[in-house]
Design a protein around this ligand. Sequence first.
Ligand SMILES: CC(C)(COP(=O)(O)OP(=O)(O)OC[C@H]1O[C@@H](n2cnc3c(N)ncnc32)[C@H](O)[C@@H]1OP(=O)(O)O)[C@@H](O)C(=O)NCCC(=O)NCCS
Length: 266
Amino acid sequence: MKPAGIALDSIWPTELRTERLLLRPVTPEDADVVRELLTDERVRTYLGGPALPERVAARQAAYPQTPGVWAIVRVADGRTVGLAGIGADPRCEGRAEVSYQLLPSAWGGGLGREAVGAIVGWWTAAVPDGGPVVAVTQAANARSRRLLESLGMVLIDELDEHGSQQCVYTPGGDHDDSDLRWLRLTASHLDEVERRRGAQARATAAGQRLPEDRTALTAEEAARLCPAHHGTYGRICAHAAGHTPALHLGRAPDGAWIAWLENFAA
Ligand SMILES: CC(C)(COP(=O)(O)OP(=O)(O)OC[C@H]1O[C@@H](n2cnc3c(N)ncnc32)[C@H](O)[C@@H]1OP(=O)(O)O)[C@@H](O)C(=O)NCCC(=O)NCCS
């Protein structure tokens, strides 16, 4: 499995066509639509609110240069009605994340569903070594969740991010080669990554100061440890409280040192 970013670089630029849409790489001429999407209250309700001008300008400049970012063009009138993207999921090495947003005037007609369906289908078929794909959307974003569920995507995880509950969806399906199988593969891949990072973090000066056996700590020393507790693996951080960067060093159930990043906020 290749990292999503590398898999993308090898096949970008790509255009996708559906019955009513053309998805093509963003160009500098899309700057107005980019601004509209990033500043529209309705579009930004579940995306952290309207973006500030500096962020808009940065995105207008970056999107045409970024593999995996498409303008969604409605073929009937040639208008750009939204943006969609696929790229490395910063939460999980080896996993891709799809994102999408349409101007409110284009909502309610199934265009979002058509665009996301095309991207997910393309990624799975044309980028077989690109790893599993997920969509992450706020639990409160009912429209977006309906869209994903109408494509047969299934909820596989929930997490707290940017202060809100987020739902993680991946394509369902009962075939052996479904993305759910890939997801399981990624879980073991993630374990490898955490172990590699753990060994690296243990080798640092701060890592060296940690006792081999946490039970050897006095109550006072234990109280000074970072309170982070990461539910997925039930691992407890063994670093000192308030440490930076937020790279948590802990122990896997078999005793191996592991490390993971607390917050991948983009
Ligand atoms: C998320 C978002 C793209 C969903 O847009 P949408 O237009 O509601 O979603 P769809 O494209 O799936 O369209 C769904 C509606 O079209 C209808 N529809 C589906 N296919 C259709 C078709 N071929 N013709 C006509 N109508 C159709 C459905 O019945 C559905 O109606 P409903 O919402 O009343 O149930 C849009 O709300 C948005 O851009 N939001 C802001 C950005 C965002 O939150 N993105 C998600 C996080 S990355």
